[in-house]
Design a protein around this ligand. Sequence first.
Ligand SMILES: C[S@@+](CC[C@H](N)C(=O)[O-])C[C@H]1O[C@@H](n2cnc3c(N)ncnc32)[C@H](O)[C@@H]1O
Length: 404
Amino acid sequence: MTARKTQPPKAVKAKTPLAKKGAAKKVVKSKSEPSITALPLNTILLGECIELMRGLPDGCLDAVFADPPYFLQLGGELHRPDHSLVDACDDEWDKFSDFAEYDTFTYDWLKEAKRLLKPDGALWVIGSYHNIFRVGAILQNLGFWILNDIIWCKTNPMPNFRGKRFTNAHETLIWAAKSQTAKPCFNYEAMKNMNDEKQMRSDWNLPICSGHERRRDDAGEKLHPTQKPESLLYRVITSSTKVGDVILDPFFGSGTTGAVAKKLGRNFIGLERDPRYAKYAKKRIAEIPAAPQPEFLLTNAKRDEPRVPFGAVLERGLLNAGDTLFDERHRHRARVKSDATLISSIATTGEEVRGSIHKVGASVQGLPACNGWTFWCFEAEGGKLIPIDLLRQKIRAETVGPVL
Ligand SMILES: C[S@@+](CC[C@H](N)C(=O)[O-])C[C@H]1O[C@@H](n2cnc3c(N)ncnc32)[C@H](O)[C@@H]1O
């Protein structure tokens, strides 16, 4: 297969030194992880994405978000029932002579994306039924490991004006790790928090971009036919990257990835072949205020919290030897010993049990395991039962500062 021949337009003028003409090619390839300062961060590089990617060093990216040409193969104009013309994407950049050419193009940019990702980096690609199955097969052939396919259910899809098919109301995002053994970032707690304490599912109900969010050029015309909603990128970036990470978008368009990356304190590198889109994307991102301090952007993942042993609760005098603990329904009680173990008895048999808060909690319930921190409560003023986990949180707050 041969790569599609397209002439790169002139290089973009950008503020960072490495984003100057030909700069992407100047970045030295290195086997160790490249220095982040050597990258054209928060810059849009103008040109053909595959060539520009070839100028970046191995393993320099934490994530790639790609919204590539879908190869829509539109057959003629589409009109609404009132005969007005539907502004569908019929741009040159979405045209390929056939599937073979599209597949070659897809293979080439995905191969570069894989080279650029760090070992634990991950890739997102969005597409529709026109292209996503081809993209999925090619990325699997390249050794990417699919983590999820996300269905973006459009809450306000465009109707099927011809009435010949179902309304096409969704797009698919593939989220894939660089390899099967990679450990990609997934901010589980952040997603759960954002979903009212329920696990975030793989079907995302979000509206398409409209109203104020839709970018317009200086003449007030719609800037880009396929501008993605910021809400979609917000979820992608929040779920799978960390503050300060570097995210590449090889098909930058109106700059949605850059806008949301800036808002969330991540770095972006945008690649775009159309100078007009690059110009407006740059303007759009400049209008976004700087991200707040990291404490407002970080989620305290439970596994990252400092370990607090039950003994620390006694050492700090928050509980004392001889105190009584209860379960929240007052069915079980245990006495605290000075060595941070508990003594209790099994209600049905009267058998004595001793051990850690977890072991005794499990034994009195006849369960194989128990989280003693959330099972056992102390009696506060007025007889109110409060889980001892609150005491652990108090100690953590003293150690690492309050959780905002
Ligand atoms: C589907 S749009 C991306 C829209 C973008 N996600 C947004 O929210 O505005 C694809 C973009 O990639 C650009 N593009 C297409 N082929 C390209 C290539 N080979 N190199 C660089 N940019 C390309 C197009 O000009 C277009 O702006």
